[in-house]
Design a protein around this ligand. Sequence first.
Ligand code: AMP
Ligand code: GLY
Length: 436
Amino acid sequence: MKILVIGAGAREHAIVRALYRSPQQKNIFCLASNTNPGIAELCDEIFIGNFNDSEFVVSYANEVNATLAIVGPENPLANGIADALWKAGVKVIGPKKDLAQIETSKAFTRNLQSDYMIPGSPKYRTFLSLDGVTDFLNELGKNFVVKYDGLAGGKGVKVAGDHLHSHDDAIAYCLELMAKGGEFVIEEKLIGQEFSLMSFCDGEHLIHMPAVQDHKRAYEGDTGPNTGGMGTYSDANHSLPFLTVEDISHSHAINIATAKALKEKFGEGYKGILYGGFMATADGVKLIEYNARFGDPEAMNVLPLLDSDFIDICQGITDGALDQIDVQFKNKATVCKYAVPEGYPDNPIKGEPIDVSKIENPNRLFYASVDIQDGQLVEAGSRTVAVVGIADSITEAEKVAENEVSAVKGPLFHRTDIGTDELIQKRIDHMKSLRQ
Ligand code: AMP
Ligand code: GLY
């Protein structure tokens, strides 16, 4: 079996490792934007090229005779890479362009929730002009969020109290978005704790992965600018310490209802990873957004726990036979921490050497934005490397992850607080205070 992986960050390193662990005969190829040494070691070839160019991806897939492709990042999906590959006879983990709107358009997702009565939507409205904006902001009061209706690398969402401090601020941002020439969404600000719940989906059947909590802010105590995610944790029971059994089952139900709605709407099912970003609130679980791919760092929490053959799961997804696959995740806790360049995310340094030789367990090290220059591992400007601790409790997993991430030498920083008892207690106390 010849498998093509698209993308070369830590998420894709986790995907390649999961494929590599399969006992099946396989050759793995990777289309990458940078030389990821972890991926290079496990693949037959890592080829640097523009994976946002569908024609190029199809020609490479043909050249290596790939029969299965796994798409890591969202941009190729937004460009219709799945449509192009299926057409060329390559099965794909990742939805076609229409179905990828679940990630690429915030308005699409909210309208789908509303049209198909999928639970968990905040109050929302979509706009093309300022008509009705003031009235709707008045209806929401101080709890509002303004979202650009397209992919913006996590920078299109502005939240009241965080980035916007008045209705005037909100209107100024709406004007900015109108100048870009697109639709925008205003919705109720949800108050609670965020978590990620990803499901394997074959168009019809879903298998849910353990819940994970990400930390988007750059600095300790959830301060500083938003990032791609500084670290994540998951618990041995596959829930999270601040969630109830109902919270988990509601998030499962929302993913199931969304997959069903997509199939009804397009007459064709969603094949790939359906990643719900949820908020546990006083009023139950609400949907913040969908992503059409594995989370990064979330993939590094869940894929190492997979006891089942990942290639079997991929075949189940592409062939609509996921109900026949027994998927098991270990009952272990995980903590993932990223080491990122000094200055990240606003002014990251680049090209500086790093040293990972002191890491105790290289199997739990995931390379991300790195390159090789003159035989030396250097920072490439975004999140650099991630490490994962796996243990019976979050407390123990955190100690492992902290030890390992501290062993990475170079001009880097990481969040020491992710996964600590103190931060987790804060999450539990916050939810308790909301539920009173
Ligand atoms: P998104 O690009 O949709 O992931 O949004 C980025 C971040 O904005 C989310 O991770 C949340 O922290 C925040 N956010 C988005 N929508 C809402 C909402 N309705 N209420 C509160 N926070 C939100
Ligand atoms: N963990 C955030 C993301 O993958 O989008």
